[in-house]
Design a protein around this ligand. Sequence first.
Ligand code: BG6
Length: 303
Amino acid sequence: MVERSKKPGPIPVSSTEPESPGFVFKSDRVKLSLPTGESAEILLHGATVISWVAGGGENLFLSEKAALDGSKPVRGGIPLVFPVFGKSTEGPTAALPQHGFARICKWELLGRTSETDTSIQVDFGLGPENLTVEQRKQWPYDFGLIYSVNLSKSSLETKMLVRNEGSETFDFNFLFHTYLRIPDVNNLTIEGLKGTSYKCKVTKSEAVEEMVELSVGSEVDRVYANVPDTVQVKNGGEAIFKVDRTNLEDVVVWNPWEGASKMADFGPEDGYKNMICIEAGAVSKWHTLEPQSVWEGSTIINL
Ligand SMILES: O=P(O)(O)OC[C@H]1O[C@@H](O)[C@H](O)[C@@H](O)[C@@H]1O
């Protein structure tokens, strides 16, 4: 298991603390909640956040056909992408499935690490011991991941720490594959990308974003590299999410549009109208981690 002692800085509470009104652990998931009604639910499977309720409603899209039993990655919520974004055809990640193994492994609950009336945080860990023999063969590096989810009244912070615990340097990508729930994709605009270069996976082209207010009217799958600022998601001109990032330079924008009907785990069929993936990550280039080094990246989604 990933030892907390390996995380830099103090960790105030042990993982064996009892449940509290704000922290409930039931077999395959943790539920966090605040006295003011906000909540978040995280599966051990993939350490996938599958629900975030705040500001009067659910803020994450979760497919009604999503498998939550560990048989496949969750279609919705916040799956974790590590150590490769997409599918490599060459190099040390070539044997791994699309988006790596972090979203399909069972993580360890490390415990609640802080709790006040206005915020609560839980940590999860993943290391080589949590991988199958097959997955170890596919990516045989010694690593430790510590994932923190912090629920506040009007924001959700997710933070990933990657540590190289071996004697060999490795390269990795990381990404929070966040499915935001939106009222109507036809009223959606995304701001904060103008002037940023992107690769479009739909047209297999590269361009610089020209739109101050980007709207989505068909399938979109773009990797924006080195996005300088906050990305805002607006509904009818009103900001509904502000996505701030630390050490996550890239943003992927994805909506499968009617192609969703070809995905066995996507439902309802027109559910693409109520979602937009705004994915904060470090994916446009490989990040190199030397032995015993640590990398950390985080994002805060503010309402
Ligand atoms: O179906 P998956 O593996 O969850 O991937 C969904 C999408 O994830 C996005 O991050 C990728 O940019 C898309 O190309 C991909 O289709």
